[in-house]
Design a protein around this ligand. Structure first.
Ligand code: IMP
Ligand code: MG
Length: 179
């Protein structure tokens, strides 16, 4: 693994290697293959961050499965309650399907907490969350992931789809902000 890198002038150090990530994708996919055998689940990857994880995980899915992508847009100041999350690209295909959300990282939980009701309204048969990373100590909203790659501390990371202000998504491994 390379040594430290710089993104937007900030230093990041190696944290999770490509090999570790690859192994974890295989493990999560193996669990899902077992849990969903015969059920033809629909994966929904949340853009932008999860596209790398989704591509790697999905290649290890050996049962019949579909994948789709949505982007979430948040609007500020329209209501007193704050952000409203709207799915761009979500359609009726969710109805009566076993849905597995794919996320890059679960941080405060705000995004999924606001978005999940919108998904439940489409009447999926079941709904689970697979996330590569989770920061349990950063959680402010009650969202529990069902499949987790790595539990990490509340420190900023980049790479493997995760960005720092738009950059760093193309880095193959995961790097952590240096002290
Ligand atoms: P949440 O709504 O607070 O759970 O935030 C989830 C989103 O915040 C993720 O999908 C990421 O886009 C972004 N995010 C949270 N933590 C990090 C991080 O350490 N690095 C890069 N993006 C992050
Ligand atoms: Mg994201």
């Amino acid at each position: 693994m390379d040594s430290q890198i710089t993104v937007h002038g900030k230093r990041f150090v190696p944290y999770i290697s490509e090999e570790e990530i690859e192994h974890k994708c295989f493990e999560i996919a193996a669990k899902i293959n077992k849990d969903y055998e015969g059920q033809k689940p629909l994966f929904i990857a949340i853009l932008n961050g999860s596209f790398v994880f989704a591509a790697d995980l999905f290649r290890h899915i050996s049962i019949d499965a579909e994948i789709s992508f949505i982007k979430l847009a948040s609007y500020k100041g329209t209501t007193s309650s704050g952000n409203v999350i709207t799915a761009i690209g979500l359609d009726e295909r969710v109805k009566d399907r076993h849905v597995i959300i794919l996320e890059d990282i679960l941080d405060t939980g705000r995004t999924l907490y606001q978005f999940l009701p919108e998904l439940y309204n489409q009447n999926p048969l079941s709904l689970k969350i697979a996330t590569l990373l989770t920061k349990p100590s950063a959680r402010l909203f009650d969202v529990q992931p069902d499949y987790v790659g790595f539990e990490i501390p509340d420190k900023f990371v980049v790479g493997y789809g995760l960005d720092y202000d738009g950059l760093g998504r193309n880095i193959p491994a995961i790097y952590q902000l240096a002290e």
